[in-house]
Write a protein that binds this ligand. Structure first.
Ligand code: G1P
Length: 291
């Protein structure tokens, strides 16, 4: 069996209702953080982690994503003629980042169902899943940190983060045995628990390394939280037959699918850009911030 992780799945078929009205006719994955669409950060993280193939699960109205990762002959021709070398490089970069395939999720039946849509394209091999709303700023790409664990244990690995009690019910939450260095052996998982029922304050963040048995597991998973087929429930089912690990990764995660998280991510990413850091800090200092 193919044992190294060569493919990553990006579920991107969601309706983006948390970001209306902006997402009425624009995929939320195409909203920019500074000057790059959110989904490009995801593809760059995948490539930066050494994974060459990407499967994007799309849906109706999502074709701007496909155009973004394609050659734009007309635009490139104009930029070349005008000798706009730097802009040309930016436009070309997205088209040559990775080998990308697309599959449609025809109905909004949940994250587990979206991953199942990629079954044919992934085949019988381990793969990564990256949720593009979760943007992570880290010295070593978050997915690479998970791959390091995978290479040792050859089992599923989930990214984990501590979240405050009043936010826990928005996440998949794990129970686990701490093994040191941020690594956990997972003993249970629950999707969107009530705060009082949450088994810990460790939430799953949108990065996963999964073994191919997840597909059979998802095929047997019925609707769970909010009536959808949940990836968390599929992984819970896998726990019966194989170990699952969690890693409290190093880095800062932003929920760019949420209006406040998106604003925070934009500021954080802009402050890291030398051309914006100075003037942006000056602007922020000049704001009359109330208490
Ligand atoms: C999804 C997963 C959840 C995870 C979260 C991380 O939920 O189902 O387990 O904690 O992503 O962002 P969603 O945000 O799609 O409701």
């Amino acid at each position: 069996m193919q044992d190294s992780v060569r493919k990553a799945v990006i579920p991107a078929a969601g309706l983006g209702t948390r970001f209306l009205p902006a997402t009425k006719s624009i995929p939320k994955e195409m909203l920019p953080l500074v000057d790059k669409p959110i989904i490009q950060y995801g593809v760059e993280e995948i490539v930066g982690s050494g994974i060459p193939e990407v499967v994007i699960v799309t849906g109706r109205g999502k074709s701007p994503m496909e155009d973004h990762f394609d050659v734009s002959f007309e635009l490139e021709h104009v930029l070349r003629t005008r000798q706009k070398t730097e802009l040309l490089a930016l436009a070309e970069h997205a088209a040559h980042l990775a080998r990308i395939s697309y599959v449609r999720q025809k109905e909004a039946r949940g994250l587990g169902h979206a991953v199942l849509c990629a079954k044919q394209l992934v085949g019988h091999e381990p793969f990564a899943v990256l949720l593009p709303d979760d943007v992570v700023q880290a010295d070593e790409p978050c997915l690479k940190q998970l791959l390091n664990v995978y290479e040792q244990h050859h089992a599923c690995v989930l990214a984990l983060m501590e979240v405050p009690q009043d936010r826990i019910s928005a996440y998949g939450v794990v129970a686990g045995e701490a093994l040191g260095n941020g690594l956990y052996r997972i003993t249970d998982l629950v999707e969107k628990p009530k705060a009082a029922d949450a088994p810990s304050n460790l939430a799953i963040i949108g990065r996963y390394i999964l073994t191919p048995e997840i597909f059979a597991s998802l095929e047997q998973t019925g609707p769970g939280a909010i009536g959808e087929i949940q990836l968390t429930d599929g992984i819970r089912h896998l726990l019966r037959t194989q170990p699952v690990y969690g890693l409290r990764f190093e880095g800062t995660r932003y929920d760019a699918g949420d209006k406040l998280g998106f604003l925070q991510a934009n500021i954080a990413f802009a402050l890291r850009r030398p051309e914006f850091a100075g003037p942006l800090k000056e602007f922020l200092r000049g704001l009359e911030l109330g208490a």
